[in-house]
Design a protein around this ligand. Structure first.
Ligand SMILES: N[C@@H](CCC(=O)N[C@@H](CS)C(=O)NCC(=O)O)C(=O)O
Length: 335
């Protein structure tokens, strides 16, 4: 039988996210580690990111969020990860987007800013990507080259020493929020995992392995580490969605993070991009944050805005107050 092939990396949060989704959804697939050689063979798939999903008909696509949503359409029968209530599906998308675009700064920061991370992360990546390197000297040269390439990208994604306090504060805050609900079969929108859970899972799974954030997680949020291990293969989980009037406090707290940090960042990025500026800076919870405009994240904001605007009046009304009180509404309705 022809089936999906998921081509990705063990150190890549988005690969882990999509694999977690496919396992939970019981969508048969083959997992393939992307090597350097495979990267060259697959260079027609643009942008050259992982994961790549190869469909049973041979089509190949990247970008984990549209891929996860496409799998919802193609396999609508059961075990969907978007809650049935459209208002909840929107909140799940918003939290997932924050995990993908903001929490990933924590992954990048801890992996490439700390000496232990610089030693560990690139070693992990090269071990997986370069099976042909058998001599230690070649391996070390490849590791150093990868570290240099990724370190050079740090300012592009806002992982600078000046932004470190904002980024680290977000990591500790997410750990605190997660630790409040992640007991057996506890997920953000019920006793079954949502797109939001998988977005957070992908980022935290790699943070649970890189040395500095791993030690922090074990110290501050030990239940969360075990939750991540369970979500790695949740094919046996059978659960229910909560209703909108029984929303978990953790959802509200994550929306507060979106409202005071992630959405103001997205909006400042989009406004600077629209004005033709190169970079932007803003104050987040009393701390300065500065970065170059990131084009993809302008699309993320527009996408969230059109998802919210596309909700029917009943669903919009059901979460409008929550979005206002958590500080999310302004950016969602901004032009
Ligand atoms: N928005 C994309 C982002 C994917 C992404 O940034 N992947 C990173 C690794 S986590 C990547 O492929 N970097 C370049 C490389 O590894 O060659 C998604 O959701 O899949």
């Amino acid at each position: 039988m022809t089936q999906y092939r998921l081509i990705g990396g063990n150190a890549s949060p988005y690969s882990q996210k999509l694999r977690g989704i496919m396992r939970y959804r019981r969508i048969p697939h083959i997992w393939v580690l992307r090597t350097q050689a495979l990267r060259e063979q697959l260079s027609d798939v643009q942008p050259m990111l992982v994961p790549i999903l190869e469909y049973p008909d041979g089509t190949r696509r990247t970008d984990s969020t549209p891929l996860a949503l496409d799998l919802e359409e193609r396999h609508p029968e059961a075990r969907r990860i978007q809650p049935d209530t459209p208002a909840l599906a929107f909140l799940s998308h918003l939290i997932e987007d924050m995990a993908d675009e903001w929490l990933t700064k924590c992954m990048f920061h801890y992996r490439f800013a700390y000496p232990e991370g610089q030693a560990y992360g690139p070693h992990w990546v090269i071990d997986d990507q370069r099976p042909e390197l058998t001599s230690e000297a070649e391996f070390e040269a490849a590791r150093a080259a990868f570290l240099a390439r990724q370190s050079g990208r740090m300012p592009l994604v806002g992982c600078t020493p000046e932004n470190a306090p904002v980024i680290e504060a977000s990591y500790h805050r997410v750990l605190r929020i997660m630790e409040s609900f992640v007991r057996r079969d506890g997920y953000l929108f019920g006793s079954r995992p949502s797109l939001a859970d998988f977005g957070i899972y992908g980022q935290l799974k790699t943070l649970a392995t890189d040395p500095t954030p791993m030690a922090m997680m074990r110290d501050e949020a030990p239940h969360t580490e075990h939750w991540l291990r369970r979500l790695d293969d949740a094919s046996g989980v059978e659960g229910e969605w909560r209703s909108l009037d029984a929303l978990s406090p953790a959802v509200t707290e994550l929306l507060q993070l979106a409202g005071d940090t992630y959405l103001p960042f997205l909006l400042a990025n989009a406004r600077a991009g629209d004005a033709g500026e190169q970079s932007f800076s803003l104050e987040l919870n009393g701390q300065r944050y500065a970065q170059d405009v990131f084009r993809y994240q302008i699309k993320c904001l527009r996408w969230l805005q059109s998802h919210f605007a596309g909700l029917d009046a009943h669903n919009q009304a059901a979460i409008r107050r929550l979005l206002r009180e958590t500080g999310c509404l302004e950016a969602l309705e901004a032009s």
